[in-house]
Write a protein that binds this ligand. Structure first.
Ligand SMILES: C[S@@+](CC[C@H](N)C(=O)[O-])C[C@H]1O[C@@H](n2cnc3c(N)ncnc32)[C@H](O)[C@@H]1O
Length: 359
């Protein structure tokens, strides 16, 4: 496949996804509002009632079909990201090998046991997941650019906005980014805190190799990417002033979420803050129904369970204080109330390890 065909096919998919995100989502929302106003109060509806109203309609089935298959075609098939990169494998591998020799930024662990919840699913329909193929990190980075088409290139990036929230007015000396992927979530921290030590861990070797490559290009001296399970790290207790994660919790089963929070608590210094960005706050039954459907159609088996957990109670039971769970505006243009187009239910989930706590 030549570059032109690949770019044309991916542009088409992106346009179709924009149509899905705006026009089609709006039509499904309006169709439900019409049905709800003729039967019951929309605000007090249950997810089951929304399902009952929509699931058999051609409109909703078209919406659901397009949601699943646009993502599938982005990655798989003749013009998908996997084929495109596979055909250029040698060149892409070459670029990764140059990074691997840079030991200061990168620590791989080929003996790391990958959990079954992780290897058992092609997460967000990425064939082989983000860990099994040497090019998975590069493919994932390319795919992630178009996950939310409305955000595009305009305005301040989601990870920059999240970093504003996580740092506030502070400048923590030590930061841990748990589940850093290809390092997009880590970049603003190592760029903005040149005098701090930034550590980032992830299970996926192909992702952290790419992350280290980008840090090398940026000539960063204060960051290290390590292949490690975030729920079970080798850091000493109390090592970090700030522990962060972005879009990781929804990829963990509930039991692992508990272990992840325990580990965050352990490695935080007393008074240290944990700040996560994830998909959680769903203001009504319609959006809850849409979110659960997205999870099923996009191979995100733990996204639904996270949305139903009582995170505030869980965090308090782990010993955290100052728990804050608040909607996050991923763009200046978003009106959180308006429900104009499809969006993830972005939420900041933050909590503090109490001062004087030594465990
Ligand atoms: C959706 S990605 C988010 C990556 C990055 N934080 C970002 O915002 O771009 C989720 C990441 O979590 C990683 N992950 C899942 N379970 C993990 C675990 N137990 N320990 C470390 N990383 C994990 C995956 O490999 C993947 O890179």
């Amino acid at each position: 496949m030549n570059d032109r065909s690949f770019v044309a096919a991916q542009d088409f998919l992106l346009s179709a996804k924009t149509f899905w995100t705006t026009t089609l989502y709006g039509a499904v929302r309006d169709s439900y509002a019409d049905k709800a106003s003729s039967s019951q109060d929309e605000a007090s509806a249950s997810v089951e009632a929304v399902a009952e109203a929509l699931e058999d309609t051609t409109l909703y089935q078209f919406y659901a079909w397009l949601e699943r298959h646009l993502q599938r075609m982005k990655y798989a098939g003749r013009y998908g990201l996997v084929s495109y990169h596979d055909e250029r494998r040698a060149a892409f591998l070459d670029s990764l090998d140059q990074i691997e020799s840079e030991g200061r930024l990168l620590e791989l662990n080929e003996n790391l046991d990958l959990p079954a919840y992780y290897t058992g699913v092609d997460i967000h329909q990425h064939p082989g997941g983000v860990w099994s193929d040497a090019l998975a990190g590069i493919v994932y980075e390319r795919g992630a650019r178009t996950t939310t088409p409305l955000l595009g290139a305009a305005g301040k990036d989601v990870h920059e906005r999240f970093t504003d929230v996580a740092l506030g007015d502070g400048a923590p000396k030590t930061v841990l980014d748990m589940g850093c992927g290809f390092g997009k979530s880590t970049q603003p921290f190592y760029r903005r805190l040149p005098d701090s030590r930034i550590e980032a861990v992830d299970l996926a070797a192909p992702c952290i190799k790419l992350a280290a490559g980008m840090a090398q290009k940026a000539q960063a001296k204060n960051v290290r990417f390590r292949q490690m399970n975030a729920s079970n790290t080798d850091y000493a207790s109390g090592s970090f002033d700030l522990v962060t994660s972005t879009m990781v919790l929804h990829e963990l089963p509930p039991k692992t979420i508990g272990e992840f929070l325990d580990e965050a608590f352990r490695v935080l210094s007393p008074g240290g803050r944990m700040v996560n960005l994830d998909f959680y706050s769903l203001p009504d039954a319609f959006r809850r129904f849409i979110h659960h459907g997205h999870a099923r159609r996009n191979n995100e088996p733990y996204m639904g369970p996270l949305a139903e957990m009582d995170l505030s109670a869980l965090l308090k039971s782990k010993g955290f204080v100052d728990v804050e769970i608040v909607p996050f505006k991923e763009s200046d243009d978003i009106d959180l109330e308006a429900n104009e187009s499809w969006r993830f239910p972005w939420t900041v989930i933050a909590a503090t390890k109490p001062d004087g706590c030594t465990s």
